[in-house]
Design a binder for this molecule. Structure first.
Ligand SMILES: *Cc1c(COP(=O)(O)O)cnc(C)c1O
Length: 407
């Protein structure tokens, strides 16, 4: 079994280890929740201060042009495109993941009156289900159909939009993107991918895998900061046919003509709803830039190695935990989840020991391995703390019983 010394040696030899210093991680904390809120890039604090004081304070309205504010949604989108295997004119940073889901689903439904069914899996991330339900609630033509993941592709047909989260937020199951795209397309359907737990965690090649539409989150592995703006991806060949349902002025072909009538901008710009959140974009760009300093294949491989190590150690040292994440790295993302009857209290006891993961209903503890700033010794020490919490029943403490509202 792997020892702590071996883990420290792996960290010392890791070409990505130098990037850890570029994050402001608090002493005494092992942070395994970068898949919920990515850690703070040190550069973000000084960059934001400059954007606020110089660009906003001094530049004022001129900064829309002189500081690159106007171009930020496309500029940062083009950088994210490099992380997901897309062309630079196929990705736009805008709104939240939820709103982008709405925009893309609605755009596909409106472009083709023969499409009427949003097909997804039960247990998908709630916002994906809720956005689909909200669309169906106001459009009698649309229905939401649920099918288990292994039956999804077969359930698709010409009237279907398949809505899938590529890496499942709880179990970490990962779809074979190329195979799903191929199967759904062969049946006349189209797929919208939610990449929230994939981008920055696993190797993605949207173009090669035949992906046509996707959304993703800015504040998880991309370390864009709490509530960072999200992104959307529309493959070039669909851009002229799809229209955003939120026809705001900045998605207009000529916003500064201030015309009465809406004309959609050519290309991906039409999916911009309104004025972009510049402070949020500035923070997000710091996180994305850090990720671009490395190689996504290297990052993904390290994430998998961290998960493998964690699973191996828990197998050996933590009886009573049931693994709900696949052991096969080819079909999983970069987090590991376990079921335990007292999952919430177990996680609270761990957090009290400085190991931060999270709890997910029902009865699941989840550990994210953000490969940019998590080391092998971190994973080893986290298991040591977990083994101790379980062996001593440290979770059985009234302090750990009460549920927090936001976790
Ligand atoms: C985190 C996450 C989101 C986040 O949506 P918001 O609009 O940012 O709240 C959406 N989908 C999935 C699958 C997620 O994991």
């Amino acid at each position: 079994m792997t020892t702590l010394a071996e883990c420290e040696a792996r960290d010392a030899a890791d070409p990505l280890a130098r990037i850890r210093q570029r994050f402001a991680l608090p002493d005494g904390v092992i942070y395994l929740d970068g898949n919920s809120l990515g850690a703070l890039p040190r550069a973000a604090a000084s960059h934001l201060a400059r954007v606020v004081e110089a660009e906003w304070g001094e530049g004022l309205v001129r900064s829309w042009n002189t500081a690159g504010w106007y171009d930020a949604p496309r500029r940062v989108g083009a950088k994210i495109a490099r992380l997901i295997g897309a062309h630079d004119d196929e990705v736009l940073v805008a709104d939240s993941t939820s709103v982008n889901l709405y925009k893309l689903l609605r755009a596909v439904l409106s472009a083709d009156s023969a499409r009427h069914t949003i097909l997804t899996e039960p247990g998908n991330f709630p916002t994906d289900l809720h956005i689909a339900q909200g669309i169906a609630a106001v459009d009698p033509r649309v229905r939401v159909q649920l099918a288990p993941r292994e039956a999804i592709a077969d359930a698709a047909g010409p009237g279907t939009i398949v809505l899938l989260t590529h890496v499942h937020y709880r179990t970490c199951d990962k779809y074979d993107m190329a195979a799903v795209n191929r199967a759904v397309k062969a049946r006349g359907g189209i797929v919208v991918w939610d990449l929230s737990h994939s981008v920055g965690a696993v190797a993605l090649d949207l173009a090669a895998d035949g992906a046509e539409l996707a959304v993703g989150c800015g504040y998880k592995y991309l370390s864009g900061g709490p509530g960072a703006p999200a992104f959307l991806y529309v493959a070039r060949h669909l851009q002229a046919r799809l229209h955003s349902p939120v026809t705001g002025w900045l998605g207009h072909a000529a916003p500064f003509a201030f015309a009465d009538d809406y004309v959609a901008a050519p290309g991906i710009d039409r999916f911009q709803s309104g004025t972009p959140p510049i402070l949020g974009l500035a923070a997000l760009e710091c996180g994305v830039d850090l990720m671009l300093e490395t190689d996504m294949a290297l990052l993904a491989a390290k994430g998998q190695a961290l998960c493998d190590l964690f699973i191996e150690q828990v197998d050996a040292r933590c009886p009573g935990l049931e693994l709900v994440t696949p052991r096969d790295r080819r079909v999983r993302g970069s987090h590991v989840s376990y079921r335990h009857p007292h999952a919430y209290a177990v996680m609270q006891a761990l957090i009290a020991r400085g190991v931060i993961g999270d709890f997910r209903e029902p009865a699941v503890i989840r550990f994210g391995f953000a490969p940019l700033y998590t080391g092998f010794a971190d994973a080893w020490r986290a298991v040591e703390a977990l083994a101790q919490v379980l062996a001593t029943q440290a979770w059985d403490d009234p302090r750990f019983a009460e549920r927090a509202r936001v976790t």
